[in-house]
Design a protein around this ligand. Structure first.
Ligand code: KG4
Ligand code: ZN
Length: 343
């Protein structure tokens, strides 16, 4: 089965052609246009600009993926697209195009929840992952730990109360004038550090609920920058900036993985998936690897190109989900719940 996957929920416009073999998905081609240069000056994504840019990029992105795969439109068996959650204007770009293409070709259409896409990114490297799996999905918009009974379902275990972990990276980079998006630059700076700075203190929750919080971490970083004369404009080669970046990512990685052992015991999970843009982080990947060995969990962390938003993960999810019976009545939903009526 040949599946075209389309993703434009935020600021990346991506299309991929994936062959589903029964043994797992195989990527034939993927195109992606980033809008980093467009949003960089604002230090974050501007929704209206993102939506307009997607409309301009869409044709080239889809045509490019089909051409690279050597698959004509007529050769597709299925089209999958992100239905939500995300920025509504951004979502609508590929969503509308996908329905028009499926209608024109008379082929099945699948609306995919963005987070099921991030889970299914792991199928490219670990198609035989043992379930149930713990799925740590971490990006600029999400920080969630789920129990996945299989590739098509996610049950929430824990999430952030406020900011997503990716925001701590993006805001830190912004405060230090390192550029946007922040994750890759903070990671690069941290890897140059001879040693980490002082660790950050984890927040304590009076209500005892299992959750994370990253907004306080942002403030702690800000106070540390303000306390150090010249740090704000010191740049990526300054050892103090590098030490701060290393403390930040060691802290974030440790906090993110902390609940995993208890939830492994409570759920009997046999594997751990770490996905989403923040799963590109070198420290998080290393700590997850060490934890999986310690707990005897099978580990699946997608290659970085499958961790950040991409069409391949949507195609991989679209291949294992049931197509919608009535695609034409569907609409993109910026707050799409996980339990939406797929069929
Ligand atoms: O999944 P994604 O591409 O888009 C969303 O759904 O949000 O994730 C983007 C986020 C950004 O916050 C970016 O800074 C972060 O992933 N990111 C990283 C790294 N690469 C990307 N965070 C930490 N370390 C990285 N190497
Ligand atoms: Zn994402």
């Amino acid at each position: 089965m040949l599946v075209l996957g389309l993703e434009s929920s935020c600021d990346d416009c991506s299309a991929a052609v994936v062959r589903e073999t029964g043994k797992g998905p195989e990527l034939l081609a993927m195109t992606r246009r980033s809008q980093d240069d467009l949003h960089g000056p604002y230090g974050g994504v501007v929704p209206e600009l993102a939506a307009r840019e997607h409309l301009l990029q869409l044709r080239g992105v889809i045509a490019g993926a089909l051409a690279q795969a050597g698959v004509p439109l007529e050769g597709l068996d299925r089209i999958a697209v992100t239905q939500g959650p995300g920025l509504v204007g951004s979502l609508l770009a590929t969503f509308s195009a996908s329905k028009a293409m499926a209608w024109r070709q008379g082929i099945p259409w699948v609306g995919v929840h963005h987070l099921l896409g991030h889970l299914n990114a792991a199928r490219f490297s670990a198609p035989d992952l043992p379930f149930p799996a713990l799925a740590l999905l971490v990006s600029g918009g999400h920080t969630h730990l789920y129990l996945a009974p299989d590739w098509t379902r996610l049950e929430l275990l824990q999430k952030t109360r406020d900011d997503a972990a990716g925001e701590a990276f993006d805001k830190t980079a912004r405060m230090l004038g390192l550029g946007y998006p922040g994750g890759p630059v903070v990671d690069a700076c941290a890897r140059k550090a001879a040693r980490a700075g002082a660790p950050f203190t984890p927040p304590r929750f009076r209500d005892g609920l299992a959750s994370w919080s990253f907004s306080g971490l942002k403030t702690a970083v800000k106070l540390r920058i303000q306390a150090e004369p010249g740090l704000q404009s010191a740049g990526p080669e300054d050892p103090r900036v590098q030490a701060l970046c290393r403390s930040l990512q060691e802290t974030v990685a440790t906090w993110l993985l902390k609940p995993v052992p208890a939830f492994r015991d409570a759920t009997g999970a046999r594997s751990l998936v770490v996905s989403g843009g923040v799963a590109c982080n070198s420290e998080l990947r290393a700590q997850a690897q060490a934890m999986a060995v310690r707990l005897g969990l099978a580990l699946a962390i997608p290659a970085p190109k499958f961790c950040t938003d991409n069409g391949a993960m949507i195609a991989a999810a679209g291949a294992v989900l049931e197509p919608a019976r009535d695609p034409w009545s569907r609409n993109a939903d910026p707050n799409l719940p996980l339990a939406f009526d797929q069929r």
